[in-house]
Write a protein that binds this ligand. Structure first.
Ligand code: CDP
Ligand code: CDP
Length: 212
């Protein structure tokens, strides 16, 4: 309803949007949805069932029937799943099949925080507060490298940087809901900022938008 605080957080891979979204949700006491996990679940289900990740008909069947409870997060965070998720995310039937549950989540009384690629442009175009979080590919690769090492997944910096560039190109280049900042989003370049600095800047932006 009127006065509900919906915060849209978008940005490229490993920009820090998930961390920021969770922190904003805690600050405002709102529920938070990492929409990337939905695309990762579709990718995981495709691979588990032995489908070719490019099989759009199989992806459309899966998105119509999959059970969110069946995917513990550690099975979704791996490197190949991010890559596979960006392949299924370019399929219009997959995006359409995930739309209603994201809109329902955003419509909760009081508001919600959602992070992804198209929250400000497609899922919640009316959100009062939109943040587009970004950082240079090198900074994002370094963050992801450290995060994966913490999970025990060893991968060289250069190959992670190549992953990030490929995913940026695929996510920005697709015709359905490409990664881009909404016209009324505030762009937050986090390349030289700590998480605390990003959170403080974001809260200031949200407060300004709420007052407007
Ligand atoms: O955490 P990271 O940014 O690496 O990935 P993610 O947010 O989990 O998203 C994985 C993939 O899902 C992205 O590369 C996008 O292709 C897709 N995605 C999307 O298309 N739209 C969203 N709202 C969220 C994710
Ligand atoms: O959700 P997204 O893929 O955009 O990124 P994330 O999972 O929130 O952040 C990726 C990694 O970067 C995490 O390990 C964060 O702790 C780290 N990070 C950081 O070092 N500095 C920031 N300003 C933001 C995130």
């Amino acid at each position: 309803g009127t006065g509900d605080l919906v915060i849209a957080v978008d940005g490229p891979a490993a920009s820090g949007k998930g961390t920021l979204a969770k922190r904003l949700a805690a600050h405002y006491g709102l529920p938070c949805l990492d929409t990337g996990l939905l695309y990762r679940m579709v990718a995981r289900a495709m691979l588990d069932a032995g489908h070719d990740i490019h099989d759009a008909a199989a992806a459309e069947r899966i998105v119509g029937s999959f059970d969110e409870a069946g995917f513990p997060e550690e099975r979704l965070r791996g490197r190949e799943i991010g890559e596979a998720a960006s392949v299924v995310a370019a399929m219009p039937a997959v995006r359409a099949g995930l739309l209603a549950r994201q809109r329902r989540f955003a419509a909760q009384p009081g508001g919600a925080v959602l992070d992804g690629r198209d929250i400000g442009t497609v899922i919640c175009p009316e959100a009062p507060a939109k943040l587009f979080v970004t950082a240079t590919p090198e900074v994002r690769a370094a963050r992801r490298h450290k995060e994966l090492a913490g999970r025990g997944e060893t991968a060289g910096f250069d190959s992670i940087l190549a992953d990030i560039r490929r995913r940026d190109a695929r996510d920005s280049g697709r015709s359905d809901a490409p990664l881009k900042a909404a016209e009324d989003a505030v762009i937050l370049d986090t390349s030289a900022l700590t998480i605390e600095e990003v959170v403080a800047a974001a809260i200031e932006i949200v407060e300004r938008r709420r007052g407007a």
